[in-house]
Design a binder for this molecule. Structure first.
Ligand SMILES: C[S@@+](CC[C@H](N)C(=O)[O-])C[C@H]1O[C@@H](n2cnc3c(N)ncnc32)[C@H](O)[C@@H]1O
Length: 399
């Protein structure tokens, strides 16, 4: 790279850092300094400089079906997760899912007395990360090719473990390789939503400290888990359940041809207000909770967001969250309601609508859900529990 491009890269890097600070993704001067220092363009050699320093993910590898399986993550989500991780000088850090860039940022944060190990399941990714880290001057980051489900026991215990791939579970190895009081940051997919959750190890379990919505490529290997998808009207409309919801009933193909009922909740919100906490509340309180996905061309379904609508099903009925412009309010406000089809639709719609009102009355303006992770075989306090292979997630709503 010539001197002119090097200067341009430095200036773009400074501009990206200023942008991340201004939008609130970076709140710590040490993280800002790391972003100003690490040359992201070296980790995405095929991208032009302006793309390398855009606040955007850079795709690195797709599988045979065209699904992205490796990327260099979006700077704003990297920054948010580094903020959640609160890496201190001298920390021993494990990153699961490599690209090189994030590991280099972590190496800046740990300083010379700390260490960074990064593990990826894909040798193409680890070979590239190792070479690019060396080129950027971070050859003391240890790059390991292995399934991150098992951590990297040789370098344990860790003060911080940061997972940069969507996980459905907290692997026992992560819990065991985290030192007492250490922090795990992991993008967890629960009931159709992915949240990066920072957990502290407290005794024999984990307790959440912060959460932020995010999206990542899916975990491969032993920890791969898949959502169960059931078509209810051709290829265009389907409902999605998590693997642990195997006993949930789903309606027959054609249920949407039954007349559509509607119930309005009276809950009004700004169009852009996120529904993620409401959806998790509905997941916790409604039997048969699932996510309904529908192509916008299907006339029998009211338009649902690209990422799906909260829904509930029985063996012959379905109800799903919807909205309409709120009466006597500016156009930016909507009222939440529920659509339903099938013989049980009225009961499902009333039940869902009641829970929307309950959430709005008691939790909408609260701190949001809190999460705990308990290993299999240990006692779990009361609350909404999601049981996975390695343990149980407890979700509660602090008042
Ligand atoms: C979003 S990329 C990681 C981005 C990276 N941290 C960066 O610096 O931007 C996710 C990576 O996770 C890897 N991965 C998927 N499943 C894995 C597993 N079980 N163990 C380790 N790595 C895995 C993929 O190969 C992919 O390279």
């Amino acid at each position: 790279m010539g001197a002119r491009d090097a200067l341009r890269a430095e200036s773009l890097r400074a501009a990206l850092t200023r942008h991340l600070v201004a939008e609130g993704s970076i709140r710590d001067e040490r993280v800002a300094a790391a972003f100003r220092t690490v040359p992201r363009h070296l980790f995405v050699p095929h991208a032009p400089l302006n793309r390398a320093y855009a606040d955007d993910v850079v795709l690195m590898k797709q599988n045979d079906a065209g699904v992205t399986i490796s990327s260099v993550s979006q700077p704003s989500i990297v920054a948010l997760m580094l903020g959640q991780a609160a890496i201190q000088p001298g920390d021993r850090v494990l990153e699961i899912g490599s690209g090189g860039y994030n590991a280099a940022l972590m190496r800046e944060l740990t300083g010379p007395t700390g260490s960074v190990t990064t593990v990826d399941i894909d040798s193409e990714v680890t070979d590239r990360a190792r070479a690019l880290l060396a080129e950027a001057g971070y050859d003391d980051v240890r790059v390991v090719r292995a399934d991150g489900e098992f951590g990297v026991p040789e370098d344990a215990p860790y003060d911080r473990i940061v997972v940069t791939v969507t996980a459905w579970d907290v692997a026992s190895a992560w819990m065991n390789q985290l030192r007492p009081g250490g922090r795990l940051v992991v993008p967890l997919r629960l009931r159709g939503q992915t949240r990066s959750i920072a957990f502290d190890r407290v005794g024999d379990h984990l307790e959440s400290r912060s959460t932020t919505l995010c999206g990542f490529v899916c975990m491969q290997g032993a920890g791969a888990n898949y959502e169960r998808v059931v078509q209810i009207a051709g290829d265009e409309v389907y409902v999605g359940f998590d693997e642990d919801q195997e006993s949930e009933a789903h309606p027959y193909v054609g249920v949407l041809d039954e007349p559509r009922g509607q119930v309005w909740s009276g809950v009004v919100m700004k169009r852009e207000e996120p529904l993620s906490d409401l959806n998790l509340w509905l997941a916790a309180t409604l039997p048969g909770y699932c996510i309904l996905f529908a192509d916008r061309s299907v006339q029998t379904v009211a338009p649902v967001p690209r990422w799906g609508a909260a829904a509930m099903t029985t063996h012959d009925s379905v109800a799903y969250l919807t909205s309409c412009p709120a009466r006597r309010r500016p156009a930016t406000f909507v009222e939440l309601g529920v659509n339903g089809h099938g013989p049980d639709a009225r009961a499902l719609m009333e039940h869902m609508s009641d829970q929307v009102r309950l959430w709005a009355a008691h939790h909408r303006h609260g701190p949001g859900p809190a999460f705990q992770v308990h290993s299999t075989g240990t006692a779990v306090p009361d609350g909404f529990q999601i049981t996975r292979r390695h343990g149980c997630f407890l979700v509660t709503w602090p008042e």
